[in-house]
Design a protein around this ligand. Structure first.
Ligand SMILES: Cc1cc2nc3c(=O)[nH]c(=O)nc-3n(C[C@H](O)[C@H](O)[C@H](O)COP(=O)(O)OP(=O)(O)OC[C@H]3O[C@@H](n4cnc5c(N)ncnc54)[C@H](O)[C@@H]3O)c2cc1C
Length: 361
């Protein structure tokens, strides 16, 4: 292991830049201290050192799922910049790949598609780092990482030890896990179990099946799945593009509400002549309802703008965007207005998907 204080001191920024330069929203004030960690050892030692100093600590990677307050962060930000991926073992058509936390997610997905490893292709185009994917069980177009994560290497800050958590311990569920909103664990690397195949997993998402011209359940060449997912995402402003202000977001700002049978029946009474909202029945009897539909029908259409440089994306109702010159306060005011409007109109409370750091909704 490297000399701790030397490595972190070397990587520490003298005058930390505002976190707005490190988030996809382009929002967030300065941290007290910023340390860049380029491998797992440096991540552990940076966090350990901050803990020793009793400093609040924020792990920041791609900055694509955080809303950081205008006052910044009153502690140490550890910027995750570790890189690399390698095959750990092969067993017939199955292989286990370990990817370091700071590896850019989409570059990793692209490499699995090129290598002919099936399992991540529908997660193409999602911004951020590989190490953040377990945090909210990243998912899109009918796939989520919970299906392929085999284990996660973590630094457990309570126990002060590095250990491997099997997927069963990670508490994966819809857009969450034991890691979300809990800073006990630092994800150092993630092991994915993938299948050697030139074909995708069965296509499960109707919109993707339509775009590919196949039936639900069919498989398509990996590269084709990736290409269609990227095209669909780009149309919705869900692939980062510095020239597209609609991508200056955290992706979906709200999760789709999951209602029990009674709540869903009450919602249907209130939607009345609007008809039923798009909804996906879950195996446990609950119903996941489209937050985008609720927001739109409550009077917040695409392109809805508010003072302070913030607006709903012109391509996707769920993406709240920063158009420039704005503030986190303005973005959260817009989010609160939408949440309250939906609750008043439909009696359903929307919850934010990103992690709120030093700010509140
Ligand atoms: C345009 C756009 C589209 C998006 N589309 C999707 C989508 O389709 N599906 C989806 O699920 N998400 C989507 N997202 C959200 C986001 O990209 C993912 O959640 C991504 O995994 C976040 O990665 P990150 O590296 O940017 O995390 P960050 O924003 O840096 O961090 C997010 C949270 O994870 C924690 N964290 C990050 N790395 C670690 C680590 N190594 N150890 C411990 N904690 C860590 C942070 O402390 C923070 O709490 C989208 C975002 C954008 C901007």
């Amino acid at each position: 292991m490297s000399d701790v204080s030397a490595s972190t001191a070397l990587a520490e920024s003298a005058t930390p830049r505002p976190l707005s330069t490190l988030t996809t929203l382009g929002l967030g004030g300065p941290p007290r201290r910023l340390v860049t960690a380029t491998d797992a050892d440096e991540m552990v030692e940076s966090v350990r050192e901050a803990d020793r100093l009793h400093e609040p600590t924020l792990i920041l990677a791609g900055g694509s799922n955080v809303v950081i307050g205008d006052d910044g962060f009153p502690g140490t930000v550890v910027l995750v910049r570790s890189r690399g991926a390698r095959v750990l073992n092969r067993d017939g058509d199955t292989l286990t790949v370990r990817v370091e936390a700071g590896e850019p997610w989409d570059e990793f997905v692209a490499s699995t598609v090129t290598a002919g490893w099936s399992g991540l292709e529908c997660l193409s185009g999602i911004p951020g780092s590989a190490g953040a994917t377990p945090i909210q069980n990243v998912g899109a177009y009918g796939q989520e990482v919970a299906e392929t994560i085999f284990a996660v290497q973590v630094y457990d800050r309570f126990a002060d030890e590095v250990r491997t958590m099997p997927a069963e311990e990670c508490g994966f569920a819809y857009r969450t896990s034991v890691f979300k909103g809990n800073d006990r664990w630092v994800v150092l690397s993630v092991d994915f179990r993938l299948t050697r195949s030139s074909l995708s997993g069965p296509v499960r998402y109707a919109e993707l099946a339509g775009s590919l011209g196949v039936e639900i359940g069919e498989r398509v060449p990996l590269a084709e799945a990736r290409e269609h997912v990227l095209a669909l995402r780009t149309r919705k402003g869900m692939v980062l593009d510095p020239n597209d202000p609609d991508t200056r977001s955290v992706g979906s700002f709200f999760t789709n509400p999951v209602l029990d049978a009674e709540e869903y029946a009450r919602l249907r009474e209130r939607t009345g002549e609007l008809g039923d909202p798009p909804a996906w029945p879950q195996p446990d009897g609950t119903v996941k309802v489209s937050a985008a539909w609720l927001i739109d029908q409550a009077g917040f259409p695409k392109g809805f703008r508010r003072p302070g440089g913030v607006a709903i994306s012109s391509k996707h109702t769920l993406a709240l965007t920063h158009r420039g010159g704005g503030s986190t306060a303005a973005l959260l005011a817009l989010a609160a207005e939408i949440r309250d409007g939906v609750r008043e109109r439909f009696g359903v409370t929307l919850h934010p998907e990103p992690v709120l750091v030093n700010c509140q909704l």
